[in-house]
Design a binder for this molecule. Structure first.
Ligand SMILES: C[S@@+](CC[C@H](N)C(=O)[O-])C[C@H]1O[C@@H](n2cnc3c(N)ncnc32)[C@H](O)[C@@H]1O
Length: 213
């Protein structure tokens, strides 16, 4: 999708150590994440950048926040006046704050329970690596294909998805690009902020659903 760019993250990430996100985000760790002001600040900053890429002109737009966690990105979008629907696999994440205005639901990103052509934009912050991270794993690839096709379906024509996530290496990016080109009509590519700094590097995947022909 983009020009060649190489990186390889050496430190082990949680999604490599834990089979399922449900095993990782529980008990004290769930509290720490949801109640951390620092985490809220970081995730809100990422959401602001994702929104910049989404480039919505109309604040009346309806945005889906997929894998919303405690709702940090959704609060930001709501504050700006957007209409928001937020969902996460872990129901307990939705119990820390008042989420009435962001229509929270418990659902799996692999099977989002929405009608076709519902959203003007979709963002997903720091969640995709839980679904697809290992290019050798066929069941992960199958799930990713279902996810990306479902996301294509629920998006309106002419709208975009912006994923921010933590791939392990450029091989994962290549594979994601290859799967999307093979399985969907999405246009788009990767946007990498601060590519030379492993600490500050942020990877976004921008996908555009073309206009209805
Ligand atoms: C690091 S947290 C990020 C949460 C939130 N987006 C934020 O920016 O604070 C990753 C989130 O992805 C969610 N997640 C992972 N796999 C998911 C799936 N299959 N369906 C829905 N949510 C999922 C987790 O439950 C968790 O809330």
């Amino acid at each position: 999708m983009n020009d060649k760019y190489t990186f390889n993250v050496k430190t082990e990430r949680p999604e490599e150590k834990y089979e399922s996100v449900i095993d990782y985000f529980k008990g004290k760790r769930l509290d720490e994440y949801a109640l951390s002001k620092n985490m809220q600040r970081i995730q809100t900053r990422i959401a602001a950048r994702a929104l910049e890429i989404l480039d919505l002109q109309d604040t009346n737009s309806l945005i889906l926040d997929a894998g919303c966690g405690p709702g940090f990105a959704s609060f930001y979008l709501k504050e700006l006046g957007f209409k928001v629907v937020a969902f996460d696999l872990i129901g307990q994440f939705l119990t820390y704050y008042d989420l009435t205005n962001i229509n929270p639901l418990v659902a799996d990103m692999v099977n989002p329970p929405f009608k076709a052509r519902t959203f003007d934009g979709i963002i997903s912050i720091s969640a995709l690596q839980w679904i697809y991270r290992n290019i050798e794993n066929e069941s992960m690839e199958r799930n990713f294909i279902i996810l990306i096709k479902s996301f294509h379906k629920v998006l309106k024509f002419g709208s975009k998805i912006v994923f921010q996530f933590y791939p392990k290496s450029d091989h994962v990016l290549d594979k994601i690009g290859e799967i999307i080109s093979r399985e969907t009509p999405f246009q788009g590519g990767f946007i990498i902020d601060n590519p030379e700094s492993p600490k500050k590097r942020r990877i976004f995947l921008e996908l555009i659903k073309g206009d209805e022909i």
